[in-house]
Design a protein around this ligand. Structure first.
Ligand code: PEP
Length: 250
């Protein structure tokens, strides 16, 4: 039985007082009997403050990115152990904004993933096709390539620490959501890929989130699909009541 993970990706939004207040509102509003695990991923400069605000609660903290080296002359970068140090459990890797705006490759994602796992972080690895790729019938190929490229050298045991996030690029921040059927089809494919690459036990254990304009009014239907194990939420994670409504839908 996979526990759904609802994670909020705050991206480059909010300033310290709002970030801490949002974390506190989520912490205080989270129902004791919530059926989902919850994580918030603030901008890196607020990780420490947010981690302090949610310490001792059921809300976990994740970073939005990291660098693969352990330390050294890499100006502006943060290592996996630094993220652990400030209380992170998760790190988002290969988000489409990093792939498409900042030019991150599968190889970059793979290096970061291996370093994150070695440091004891759980990576949330994003995969997903652009609209042009979907319209050209390339969704399965794109997802396959991103999966194998990003998870190269990851053992079956390590894979159970990884969370996959299927995020069709055309649905991110656009208000367009994949239909539950469209999302479920790709999630089922990813589950099959996990089985081919590893084994059925691993495939059944790995959580696969959906991301792309998840809102309180579409969350329940998406999250009721058999292979959708939570959501990576952008815009709607910036309002505590919307985010908590998505958690409740899980
Ligand atoms: C995201 O950036 O991961 C995301 C899913 O954003 P939104 O929910 O705003 O589409």
């Amino acid at each position: 039985m996979r526990t759904p993970l609802i994670a909020g990706n705050w991206k480059m939004n909010l300033h310290r007082p709002e970030a801490v207040a949002l974390a506190e509102a989520i912490r205080d509003g989270l129902k004791k009997d919530a059926q989902a695990e919850v994580a918030v991923c603030p901008p890196s400069v607020y990780l420490d403050g947010v981690a302090q605000a949610v310490r001792g609660s059921a809300v976990a903290v994740g970073a939005q990115n990291m660098y693969h080296e352990a330390n050294g002359a890499f100006t502006g970068e943060l290592s996996a152990s630094m993220l652990k140090d400030v209380g992170c459990k998760y790190v988002i890797l290969g988000h489409s904004e990093r792939r498409h705006i900042l030019g991150e490759t599968n190889q970059d994602v793979n290096r970061k993933l291996l370093a994150a796992l070695a440091a004891g972080l759980s990576p949330i690895v994003c995969v997903g096709e652009t609209l042009a790729q979907r319209e050209a019938g390339q969704t399965a190929d794109v997802v396959w390539e991103q999966f194998f490229g990003s998870l190269a050298g990851v053992s079956a045991e390590q894979a159970t620490q990884v969370v996959l996030a299927y995020e069709p690029v055309w649905a991110i921040g656009t208000g367009k959501t994949a239909t539950p059927e469209q999302a479920e089809a790709v999630h089922a494919d990813l589950r099959k890929i996990l089985e081919v690459r590893y084994n059925s036990q691993t495939a059944q254990a790995v959580r696969i989130q959906y991301g792309g304009s998840v809102k309180p009014d579409n969350a329940a239907e998406l999250l009721s699909q058999p292979n959708i194990d939570g959501a990576l939420v952008g815009g709607a994670s910036l309002k505590a009541e919307q985010f908590l409504a998505i958690v409740a839908a899980a």
